[in-house]
Each structure stands twice: as C-alpha cells, then as structure tokens.
Design a protein around this ligand. Sequence first.
Ligand SMILES: O=c1ccn([C@@H]2O[C@H](COP(=O)(O)OP(=O)(O)O[C@H]3O[C@H](CO)[C@H](O)[C@H](O)[C@H]3O)[C@@H](O)[C@H]2O)c(=O)[nH]1
Length: 316
Amino acid sequence: MKVLVTGGAGFIGSHLVDRLMELGHEVRVLDDLSAGTLDNLRRWVDHERFEFIKGDMRDPKIVEEAVKDVEVVFHLAANPEVRIGSQSPELLYETNVLITYNLLNAMRGSNVEYLVFTSSSTVYGDADVIPTPEDYGPLEPISVYGGAKLAAEALISGYAHTFEFRALIFRLANIIGERSNHGVIYDFINKLRKNPEELEILGDGTQRKSYLHVSDTVEGMLHIFEHFKRSEKTVDFYNLGNDDWITVKEIAEIVSEEMSLRPRFVFTGGVDGGRGWKGDVKFMRLSIEKAKATGWRPRLNSYDAVRRTVRELLKS
Ligand SMILES: O=c1ccn([C@@H]2O[C@H](COP(=O)(O)OP(=O)(O)O[C@H]3O[C@H](CO)[C@H](O)[C@H](O)[C@H]3O)[C@@H](O)[C@H]2O)c(=O)[nH]1
C-alpha cells in the first residue's frame, strides 16, 4: 500500500510511520517540521520505501504534489494546542481546517481511496453523557480547537460523499507517550526540572480525563482501519481512549514520584470553575465500546500510560 502521512514527523505521526514501515508499506511523509523533527524518523530516512517532503500544507501546490500516486492518506498534521484558541484562533483555523480543505481538494481526481483523520474528543465539548459515545449530540465544542476539528470532520464527510472516497475519523482522547513535546506531562517535567521545590498546576487540579498511550493509539488506528475497509461505510467515526480517567493532580503526583521529588503543589485556580484555560474540557471520558467491538483493546490504562510516559520522557 502506498501511503501519505501528513504530520508524519510529529508525535503520533512518527509512531504511525514506524508501524507502517514495519508492515512493509511505501510511506511518504509531508511535514513542515514546525513541531515534528526528522530525528523522530531517523530509522527510515535512508530507506528505499520511505520518502520525506518538507512543506507547509497551507500551500495547495505542496499538498497536490504529496498526494500523487498514493492510495491512503493518514492526515495527522495539525496544531494540537487547545490552549492557544483565545489568542490565535486564526492559527488553529489554518492549521486544522484550511490544511484539511487543501488536502481534500488535492484528493479530487487523485488515486486516493481512503482518508484516515485524527480528530479529537474536544468536538464533544462539555458532554453531559459520560462515557461519551460517537453518536452523542448535538456537538457543541467549547474551544476554537474543538470547533476547528469538527469543521474538518464535516468537510471530510461532505467531500467523501461527493468525490467518492472513504473516510475514517478517529476522535482521540489525550494521547501521551515517547516523543510527545507538549501537554501536561511534558509541562510538569519541565517545570520540575526548573524548580524541583514547587509545581504550578493550571486550574484546580480536578480536571479529569482519559489518557491513551501512543502505542495503543497506533495499534487501534491500524486495526480499525482494516475493519473499516471491510465495511460498507463511506464515512465512519471511532472514539479511541481508555475506560478509566485520571485527574491532573494525580498526574502531578505520579510525575513527582517518578522524579523522586516532593514539590509543593500550587494551583492557579484557572478559569470558568477550575479549568486550565478557556475552552479546557474539565471532564472527558469517551465510550470506546465501538472500537472494542472490532477486537481492539488498550493495553495500558490511563494511570499506567501516564507512568510509562513519564519514564519515557525522562529518558529522552
Ligand atoms: O502545565 C499544565 C498543563 C496542563 N494542565 C492541565 O492538564 C490537562 C491536560 O492538558 P493537555 O495540554 O495535556 O491536553 P488537552 O486536554 O488540552 O488536549 C489534548 O487532548 C485533546 C483530546 O482530548 C486534543 O486532542 C489535544 O490536541 C491534546 O493536546 C488540562 O486539563 C490542563 O488544564 C495543567 O494543569 N498544567
């Protein structure tokens, strides 16, 4: 299978590339290296089945070049920072909606049969059904980021039905693991390296979410993709997450313990009832029954995924 992975030098993307290469596929990566790095792909850069294009997907020409001759696109390129929404909504629009639009236009008249897209739990906003199933609605994102992901999902669905390709959309919980270079665990480790005495926690620390290790994420994506190919659906949606959830304060405790530190926790109090920032979903746990019905299971629960990630990031 000839595959394009957008954002393939990034955190989740590079793990996906590892698996696709190990499985023997021909893999092309398109990445602007704004957050990702070629170091994440160093195992493959000289491999004959691997090709790297450095480019910004806001430029339609680069995207057109990248989709040439591929059968499957895994679209992971995105700016993943929920917290920047109140200062830079245009950046989140461009790096989530506009680049998806450019990709979809480039796919018209191409050989692409399947598009796999990494959307986000944030499309559900403050869901009042937890665990939240895929058919929960109406969808009311509370962040610009969540709105941008939902807009991208909607465009993908419309284009798939109009231009005859098939699309698989994953709504991901908080994905963590080796090579992640943003997010709560990464932030806590950096803060404690600077000041081992004190740890600032954004919000009130009771934000409770599901965390999924990147190894389980990639395995789930590829497993469900095979299942989707055998189905009749033009577009389908799957949550990927964990059955349990963990608070930010518990994450702070695990990070401190793994670093053999006993810092004082200082809670900022946050905004809108203890959220880390405007648009931070306070309670998120996705129903993963649909994904599990395909035979996939996460190997690590949220607690074990957090602990393993702390160890992986401390080693790197
Ligand atoms: O220094 C910090 C950093 C984060 N937090 C808190 O930790 C929680 C997790 O924050 P992250 O930045 O790790 O992740 P988000 O929940 O904002 O979002 C992540 O998960 C989402 C899906 O659930 C999206 O996909 C998104 O791209 C991805 O970054 C939040 O409640 C936040 O308030 C802190 O207390 N202190």
